[in-house]
Design a protein around this ligand. Structure first.
Ligand code: SF4
Length: 358
């Protein structure tokens, strides 16, 4: 298959979303913020679920131009051994973290499926919720991971612009645009319950990417109506290699985009990471965002060792402690939530071609 799936074609229901995204919109940013705030309060209450990333390995055979872990970078390579993983998880628990996202690069001998599977088992024995942001896998592999305790995957398409995608993914398995595009469906077929999508803002036209991302979410929501869906809004950060994004996204543009997603897709969880500044994160809490990372380290073994931005995947922008961040949320009458909610799901995210909840 070398053609784009039909669901990426323009749909009849996207006019309003496009209008909200546009800087020439008839809706001011204040109007969008007010509507978004009301919808967030109605659907999610005054809560913020919190998670932290845990880097298992920074080995990677791919050559993504924008990443500090690309195989041509001089970044020292390291894999967290499983006895070290126990210690890392304990260090995270001391910070109050019980919801984690395990990360690796693309599949390598150092960090292959068996290594990942055992890592998920160990993490699930310590934490309440375990998700992964790793390499694309087969349905059978996702099934094994779900049994081991993995409930969610995050897989960013990075950009839906195929030409830009081909330029940016210089070599390695991630070059395969269509295989990556199909990954969320394979994960759901294998029994994974939640899917996180996103584009790396700065790589291509942000308005076009936001629209394609919207179509992807709509497609998954219709096909897998029981799946928990989330969307993240990562903006390019300084990283080893020094790639300069050609499509810089301003705070104003990003805020408009976040509000548009909240209003168009009221049930979808919206995520903001420590890539963003404390001021922007605090501003978005309560207006649209319902899930945030805290106390993040982007190096392998970063919770037992100080963060070294020279060896991380990217520089962290909000380096407040978990306590300081929770205090800032409480100042806004928002309750930080560390516990997971997967028990609300009592089965796989069954595909339903008719797209209708029973
Ligand atoms: S973005 Fe992922 S696949 Fe690409 S170089 Fe970085 S770690 Fe590897």
């Amino acid at each position: 298959m070398n053609t784009l799936p039909e669901w990426l074609n323009p749909g009849p229901d996207e006019t309003r979303f496009k209008e909200m995204l546009s800087p020439d919109s008839r809706w001011s940013i204040e109007q969008l913020a007010a509507e978004s705030k009301a919808m967030t309060l109605r659907r999610f209450g005054r809560t913020m679920t919190l998670y932290a990333p845990l880097y298992l390995s920074n080995h990677c055979p791919s050559g993504c131009a924008y990443c500090g872990f690309a195989s041509d970078r001089t970044t020292p390579r390291r894999r967290l051994e499983h006895d070290e993983l126990h210690k890392e998880l304990e260090a995270m628990k001391q910070l109050g973290i019980s919801d984690i996202l395990l990360l690796t690069g693309e599949r390598t001998k150092a960090a292959d499926f068996d290594y990942l599977l055992r890592s998920v088992e160990i993490a699930a024995s310590h934490m309440q919720r375990v998700s992964i942001e790793v390499f694309p896998m087969s349905i059978a592999e996702y099934r094994d991971l779900a049994i081991a305790g993995c409930t969610g995957i995050t897989i960013y398409q990075e950009t839906y612009d195929r030409k830009r995608y081909a330029e940016l993914h210089r070599w390695g398995p991630k070059k395969d645009f269509l295989a990556r595009l199909d990954t969320p469906s394979r994960a759901l077929e294998g029994g994974i319950k939640t899917i996180g999508l996103g584009v790396l803002l700065g790589l291509a036209d942000p308005m076009e990417d936001a629209l394609m991302l919207y179509r992807h979410l709509r497609h998954l929501g219709k096909t897998w109506w029981r799946a928990g869906l989330s969307v993240s809004f990562p903006r390019m950060r300084p990283q080893t290699g020094g790639y300069q994004p050609p499509f810089a996204v301003s705070d104003h543009q990003l805020a408009r985009m976040i509000f548009a997603f909240r209003i168009a897709l009221p049930d979808v969880e919206l995520v903001l990471s420590t890539r963003e500044s404390p001021a922007f994160r605090d501003g978005m809490a309560g207006l649209a965002i319902t899930r945030m990372s805290i106390a993040s380290r982007t190096t392998v073994g970063g919770y037992n060792e100080p963060q070294n931005n020279d060896t991380g995947q990217f520089d962290v922008n909000d380096d407040r402690t978990a306590e300081a961040f929770c205090e800032a949320l409480k100042q806004k009458q928002i309750e930080p939530v560390f516990k997971n909610w997967e028990h609300a799901y009592n089965g796989p995210a069954t595909a339903d071609p008719a797209g209708t909840p029973s």
